[in-house]
Design a protein around this ligand. Sequence first.
Ligand code: AMP
Ligand code: ZN
Ligand code: FE
Ligand code: FE
Length: 290
Amino acid sequence: MDYSNKRAIDLHIHSTASDGTYSPKEILALAKRLNLAAIAITDHDTINGSKEAIVAGIPPDLRLLTGVEISAAPPSSFFCSGSFHILGYSFRLDDPLLNQTLSKLQLARENRNPKIVRLLNNLGMNISIQEVLELAGDGQTGRPHIARLMLEKGFVESIDEAFDKYLGKGKPAYVDKYRIESGKVIEIIIGAGGIPVLAHPALIEISNGGKFEELIVKLKEMGLKGIEAYYPEHSKEQVSYYLRLAKKHKLLITGGTDFHGSLKPDVNMGSGRGDFHVPYYLYEDLIKDF
Ligand code: AMP
Ligand code: ZN
Ligand code: FE
Ligand code: FE
């Protein structure tokens, strides 16, 4: 099998175990159809997607890294208005502390979702938590499922509108999420034998004037091992900047599309909005020392 750099990898994929619309089995089939060389299923705060993929069976010419995307609290001197997410790769799925930590995050979500629904009810929208849970199925439930229900019921005309008007940070139905300190998240991923990577740095938005490079230095001190330089929403200039920073601070480079199936219909697995490509050698660099 040709694992040359012509074959792409995609190390940022969501499944039905969180808010993606493809099951892990369907993701494997699609990755194979797209001739991807390696993938990781990186669901929000759950590793059930990776577990299911392994049970389903990995096609022989496709590599799978175990994956997760954890919503973390940034280091204390940084205020971030965007999405501060830490990806974990190639960890042991049965690590007790990792599993305990993720259970705690699930529980926090179970408490948060009804609060969001109540705020929407107060805004005149007739939505129940049962309907939300039904729509989410077996997977972990979050705002995207609530947004889909709002769309189905005609309260909004798009998922984006649901977030922009109601569910987004600072909007009337926003409820803050319980987050674990980034240092702790990094420690737990490393403790499980994994590789912690800062997700989609351009989406972080440091709001108190802190410098991104200072954030990277701080996270590296905490044990961070890589930066997700390749991401569909990153401009060419941003990608070059992150590549430079990774080199300067001796961090690994990763990339992925953040594929969510029909939740983000314009983002395709492996190729993003069409012109996106993460080369295979980054996968080899990532697993070299593991
Ligand atoms: P939650 O995990 O419940 O906080 O929801 C966060 C998730 O919602 C993100 O990871 C995205 O997948 C999704 N999301 C956030 N903003 C939008 C948006 N404008 N349109 C669609 N999905 C979004
Ligand atoms: Zn998501
Ligand atoms: Fe993310
Ligand atoms: Fe993601």
